[in-house]
Ligand binder design. Structure first.
Ligand code: AMP
Ligand code: MG
Length: 415
């Protein structure tokens, strides 16, 4: 016969009470109440950011599975948009003559300011990623007046929308921190891990003359470009605007190009606040090369213009080249405003910098183009800070790239 249990039932433990349905419901309601009582978008964003950081890595990976690199793209777009605001302001200030002749060049101010703003956002969100950026703060450390001037601009440059600005994270505290952040861009790059690459003002000559320049940011992973963003403040918003040397002289200027590997390329108006809606872009189909257009550097020292003219002639291209500064060339052909971009070496020793090409390379390839060097090899961003194994750049719609490359190799006597 079983022995009756004579022990009294123990009182329920605190855990058992917590697991009761009524207690659980109360906890959920309380949490929701706390969340909904937070009204400002900035506070909500900060809380969301905090929660993201507190989330275990496995859960974060699961949440980005549906849209890979979505967070990187959003931060890169907003950071480039904010930095473009600063460059525009520097240009307007210098055009108004508020900068005296003996003051620092607007390029210097814009370069350092844009780099400080973008690297702050990257540091906030991706503190473990390496960064290869064009500028280093040594010149600022030796020049108090210059660094104060730049700091004045950096601390005042914010996106118009509090939520969008909040997404970029903590602002810089002081001028010393600004210089330290600028110096985060000194990585040697390479083939392993995540590396951001930044040209804060690509096409400095274009920037100075009020022509084309670009704020160029890209993420490499194990040497491959995964995300590319180009802010082009002086290109027309209209993707269909014909490509001419004075493109963007009219109204409606400012475009943000972007691409994520395997997800296509996009353009959207470059705004001052939240991100505008993006639309997919694609390279133009070139039926007859006689009607094709090609673009090249304004600077004869950056690309051999007489060889480019011979190549165009060989291909039967009748239009004169469109000369423009910066990676705006990549963006322009990616959206079909132009067709071909030629960059022909002017010296045997010059090594192209990765920040001058990474964003543009991905945007063109994701828009249906092919990008190689003059030897027909893909640009290799995993070698270090430069494209040491490449020589020049040939970018064209995939269907005609082979034909263009053959003409390049004939003229350059590479075959
Ligand atoms: P672009 O506006 O297309 O002419 O390119 C501007 C970039 O050319 C600058 O960011 C420089 O890094 C780069 N550059 C400087 N010297 C040379 C050179 N000798 N050949 C090619 N590119 C150069
Ligand atoms: Mg550059």
């Amino acid at each position: 016969m079983p022995v009756a249990n004579t022990h009294p039932k123990p009182p329920p433990s605190i855990f058992t009470s917590l697991l009761k349905p009524t207690t659980l419901i109360t906890l959920v309601v309380l949490t929701l109440a706390i969340f909904t009582s937070i009204k400002t978008p900035l506070a909500t964003t900060r809380l969301a950011n905090l929660l993201t950081h507190l989330t275990p890595p496995t859960q974060q990976q699961t949440s980005t599975m549906t849209s890979i690199y979505a967070r990187e793209l959003e931060i890169a777009l907003l950071a480039v948009q904010r930095a473009s605001l600063l460059t525009r302001r520097v240009f307007l200030d210098s055009a108004k003559g508020t900068v005296s002749k003996d003051d620092a060049s607007p390029v210097t101010i814009g370069d350092f300011g844009a780099q400080a703003l973008i690297l702050t956002a990257l540091r906030n969100h991706f503190p473990h990623d390496a960064i290869v950026a064009e500028e280093e703060a040594v010149a600022l450390r030796n020049d108090p007046a210059l660094r104060e001037r730049i700091w004045g601009l950096v601390k005042e440059t914010r996106l118009g929308d509090v939520g969008a600005e909040g997404l970029l994270g903590r602002e810089l505290g002081d001028v010393e921190e600004m210089m330290d952040v600028i110096d985060l861009g000194g990585s040697a790059g390479g083939r392993v891990g995540r590396v951001w690459t930044l040209d804060p003002i690509d096409g400095t000559k274009g920037f100075l003359r009020g022509g084309q320049y670009a704020v160029a940011l890209a993420l490499l992973e194990d040497g491959e470009v995964k995300v590319g963003v180009l802010g082009c403040p002086n290109l027309p918003v209209d993707d269909a605007a014909p490509l001419t040397a004075d493109v963007g002289d009219g109204e409606g200027r400012g475009v943000l190009f972007s691409a994520v590997v395997g997800q296509g390329a996009t353009s959207r108006p470059l705004g001052e606040s939240q991100l505008a809606e993006g639309k997919k872009i694609a390279m133009k189909e070139v039926g007859d090369l006689a009607g094709a257009s090609f673009c090249e550097s304004v600077e004869a020292g950056h690309s051999n213009q007489s060889e480019a003219a011979q190549i165009a002639q060989k291909l039967g291209i009748t239009k004169p080249s469109v000369r423009m500064d910066s990676q705006a060339k990549y963006g322009s052909i990616a959206r079909g405003a132009g067709d071909i971009y030629l960059r022909l070496p002017t010296s045997k020793t010059y090594q192209e910098k990765i920040w001058d090409h990474a964003a543009g390379d991905l945007i063109v390839r994701e828009a249906g183009g092919q990008v190689t060097d003059t030897k027909g090899q893909r640009l290799d961003f995993g070698v270090g800070r430069t494209l040491a194994t490449n020589s020049g750049v040939i970018a064209a719609p995939a269907a005609i790239h082979g034909q263009v490359l053959a003409a390049v190799q004939e003229v350059l006597k590479l075959k």
